[in-house]
Design a protein around this ligand. Structure first.
Ligand code: PLP
Length: 389
């Protein structure tokens, strides 16, 4: 099997399951209990929190565990809109999100607007998929409560300069809450500058780095205030009440420790595969890679290639890949069971057909050059067969 869908999820290894199980046998108390099992669980909880904080150059108290990045994005957007509404009087606060955001950002923002809880501006992206900085900055005003933008796009791999953009946003209005969906960046770059960059909050998901599904986190800068989504027992300093998901948190913490300091070597290996695959795709007549402006780490993820082939449907490619044991994806994983054009590719200016028939290949640390060679062989066969038919 060749698994090239790591942007959707990076499967848990048997070794990791065993490591988590071994740890949980020692620390399966409720971290809020004051007896010894509770205290042990609390130590494990804080250790995991510290492991993620270390990757972000952050303090432990700036990490809030959630059920995943969907919840982290919701907590940030709903939380900042709710908070701003408390101080902004009659007029709903203004939220700005970019057109290529994940559905957990863009649909949350649209729902908040439909409910009359915020005003909303959608900032465009460039043909490369990167945030159009000038257009975004032109929307910022004295009444802007928050901006949400993606660091790396899960479908195209386009990387935006969220650090530079944050500085420019804050120069216009320092009170704007800047939220970043950083899901696809964790483990693929040094993020230790996050805590000092001016970014107010950022969403992370554990299953994108080989930890369990159903656990994630919000980095929330000390002093940044959000209304919580739920009210309860005060866990996570009241920002996300409810008994903590200890299996998930232990798993997330372990993987954070394992990836610490390793992004350089992992990315070098993946970059090689991405570029080999990109060349193989581009050698097929009618193939178009939906490229970030340049394939350097400032502009693109080291592991992602999104492409279409004129006259060959995405379903044909993916089905034949699957039959050959190659597991890739169309559009974003979260919406891939729904046949609708990718809003990301549409925002980049592609046609409906392209947005419906594109394929995403995302390599992982375990992918090999032999995988790429086999994928290229199957791609050529499938395209030739479909064209003959
Ligand atoms: C960029 C991005 N944001 C958010 C999410 C949602 O993450 P989760 O599955 O943890 O809810 C995903 C998952 O596909 C993603 O790729």
């Amino acid at each position: 099997m060749i698994y090239v869908d790591v942007n959707a999820t990076y499967p848990v290894t048997p070794k990791h399951y065993m490591a988590v199980a071994a740890l949980l046998q020692q620390v399966d108390g409720n971290p809020s209990s004051i007896h010894a099992p509770g205290r042990n669980a609390k130590v494990a909880l804080e250790h995991a929190r510290g492991s993620l904080a270390q990757l972000l150059g952050a303090r432990s108290l700036e990490v809030v565990f959630t059920s995943g990045a969907t919840e982290a994005n919701n907590l940030a957007l709903q939380g900042l809109v709710g908070r701003a509404a408390l101080s902004q009087g009659e007029r709903p606060p203004l939220l700005i999100v970019t057109a290529a955001e994940h559905s957990s950002v863009i649909e949350t923002a649209q729902t908040l607007r439909e409910r009359g809880l915020c005003r909303l501006e959608i900032a465009p992206v460039l043909a490369s998929g990167e945030v159009d900085g000038d257009a975004l900055l032109a929307l910022i005003g004295a009444d802007t409560a928050g901006v949400a933008m993606m660091h790396a796009n899960n479908e195209t791999g386009a990387v935006s300069d969220v650090r530079g953009l944050t500085q420019r946003i804050k120069a216009i209005n320092p009170a704007v809450h800047v939220h970043v969906d950083a899901v696809q960046m964790l483990g693929k770059a040094d993020l230790t500058w996050y805590a000092t960059s001016g970014i107010d909050s950022a969403a992370f998901s554990a299953h994108k780095i080989g930890a369990y599904k159903g656990i994630g986190a919000l980095f929330l800068k000390a002093g940044a205030k959000l209304l919580p989504l739920s009210i309860g027992g005060g866990q996570e300093r009241g920002r996300r009440p409810g008994t903590e998901n200890m299996p998930g948190i232990v798993s997330f913490g372990l993987r954070c420790q394992e990836i610490h300091g390793r992004h350089g070597e992992v990315c070098t290996a993946m970059r090689l595969l991405r570029d080999a695959w990109r060349l193989a795709v581009e050698a097929v007549p009618g193939a178009v890679v939906h490229a970030p402006s340049v394939f350097t780490d400032d502009h693109s993820l080291p592991n992602t290639v999104n492409f279409h082939i004129e006259g060959v449907s995405g379903d044909d490619l993916l089905l034949n890949f699957d039959l050959a044991g190659i597991h890739a994806s169309s559009g974003s994983a979260c919406s891939s069971s729904v046949a609708r054009p990718s809003h990301v590719l549409l925002a980049m200016g592609h046609s409906d057909w392209v947005a419906l028939n594109s394929v995403r290949v995302s390599f992982g640390p375990d992918s090999t050059l032999a995988d790429v060679a086999r994928m290229a062989e199957v791609l050529r066969e499938v395209v030739a067969r479909v064209r003959r038919a």
